[in-house]
Design a protein around this ligand. Structure first.
Ligand code: HAM
Length: 420
């Protein structure tokens, strides 16, 4: 066993996997920009209090999963478990609410949760996050949903479908919670220990319980959709119409409640096969009250976050073809110190001209250098020795055709530029 290993629940992304990441990030950025999203970067750590208030004490994320520490100045800080609270903090702190609304903001970056590690579940993972701030129109909800749909669709995911629900607003939620609690009171002997606790501090979460014994109780539980106020009913109805209009399939999932307290009205996820049961590749929803909770102006908003590691797992599972990251197609081999100098100059000139090239390090025989060129899979190997220098020519070996030609040293950069 090695003494130094990566921490449990973290990943090394090796060079051979980077093309998946480049591809997904490029697609996501393209789709965000098509919809007018602008990039925002926020700190990797924030005051712990921001997440405690924004996401809510009582949630698993805040109570069990945060990486919290005290810095040398005595400040309580937390590695961000998600983007939304930080983005809304930045929106308020930088006065972005005075800009033309709605404001559309996207981000990429690492997020941290002390989760139970398993396939597709990590302690450091990467989110693509998108928020529309300052808009209550359900068309905004559809816009973020359509954007992630298009991301998955373009990456080759099949049988896409949203899990969709509404969790109401401060007007209708107390009424529903009263009905839910009354129902659970009748079944209190049948539910798990955790759910008894959840009923106290985050009652909606009982609907999300995975314990076998709770399943029959959940199946019979009252539905939030039957208890929405008129405004929430209308919003949800319009959202469904828009999703139908744009042909983005969804299933109403009365049990979908999400693990963050800021949600109001719309909540949704996309689940994908291949990464364990019910693993969400994205989650999002509306959070009309969050800006005010964080002492900002009333700001209706909706957003989504996509877990990039999970997407890449699915892409691998589906054998999605991704263009490989290009590597240099020129190798510079040399014999003798004079030739090495010339090749260092050539390497520099090729870089300036934008031609990618490897140079042989060390003093080695030609055979060893050609073996390296072959392993690196280059198209052309440039060979410079005393004879070539004397003639002012380089020998260029076409590794594919197995042929060699002489090219004037002064013409070599242009010659290669035209061919690679
Ligand atoms: P979330 O559902 O907690 O939502 O996380 C979003 C996505 O991050 C998940 O669907 C999943 O793909 C990925 N994810 C979460 N935890 C892990 C993990 N331990 N390992 C790997 N991937 C994970 C949010 O974070 C909200 N801030 C989304 C949002 C934005 N709502 C409104 N705006």
């Amino acid at each position: 066993m090695l003494q130094y290993q990566r921490p449990t629940g973290t990943l090394d992304t090796l060079p051979e996997d980077q093309h998946y990441w480049d591809h997904v990030r490029a697609r996501a950025r393209h789709l965000a920009e098509l919809a007018g999203f602008e990039r925002i970067d926020v700190p990797v750590f924030e005051a712990t209090e921001l997440f405690a208030r924004g996401i809510g004490t009582g949630t698993d994320v805040v109570d069990k999963e945060m990486y919290t520490f005290t810095d040398k100045g005595g400040h309580q800080l937390t590695l961000r478990p998600e983007f939304t609270a930080g983005v809304v903090r930045a929106y308020i702190e930088n006065g972005l609410y005075v800009r033309p609304q709605p404001l559309k903001l996207y981000s990429f970056g690492p997020t941290f949760r002390y989760d139970r590690p398993q396939a597709g579940r990590y302690r450091q993972f990467t989110q693509f996050n998108a928020e529309i701030l300052g808009e209550q129109d359900p068309a905004a909800d559809v816009e973020v949903m359509a954007m992630v749909w298009d991301l998955y669709d373009g990456l080759g995911f099949r049988d896409l479908e949203f899990q969709l629900n509404s969790t109401g607003c401060p007007r209708c939620r107390p009424g529903y919670l009263a009905v839910l609690k009354a129902y659970y009171a009748e079944h209190i002997g049948e539910i798990c220990e955790d759910c008894r606790r959840r009923l106290e501090h985050s009652p909606l979460r009982v609907l999300d319980c995975k314990a076998d014994q709770c399943q029959p109780v959940i199946a019979g539980a009252p539905h939030f959709l039957d208890h929405l106020c008129d405004e929430c009913t209308e919003h949800f109805g319009a959202l469904r119409e828009y999703l139908d209009l744009l042909d983005r399939r969804y299933t109403i999932n009365h049990r979908l409640v999400r693990g963050l307290d800021y949600y109001t009205k719309t909540v949704f996820e996309v689940w994908a096969a291949g990464i364990g049961a019910q693993a969400a590749v994205c989650g999002g929803g509306r959070y009309d009250g969050l800006a005010e909770i964080l002492d900002g102006p009333p700001t209706p908003a909706v957003g989504v976050a996509v877990g990039l590691e999970r997407i890449i797992l699915v892409m691998k599972d589906l054998d999605v073809d991704v263009p490989p990251t290009p590597t240099p197609s020129v190798f510079l081999a040399h014999l003798g110190p004079q030739a090495k100098w010339e090749e260092l100059r050539l390497m520099d000139a090729l870089r300036q001209a934008g031609v990618a090239a490897w140079i042989a390090f060390g003093e080695r025989g030609l055979r060893s250098q050609l073996r390296e060129a072959d392993k690196r899979g280059v198209r052309y190997t440039i060979i410079l020795g005393e004879d070539e220098l004397a003639a002012g020519l380089a020998t260029v070996r076409d590794m594919k055709a197995g042929e060699q030609v002489g090219v004037k040293l002064g013409d070599l950069v242009e010659w290669l530029k035209a061919r690679v």
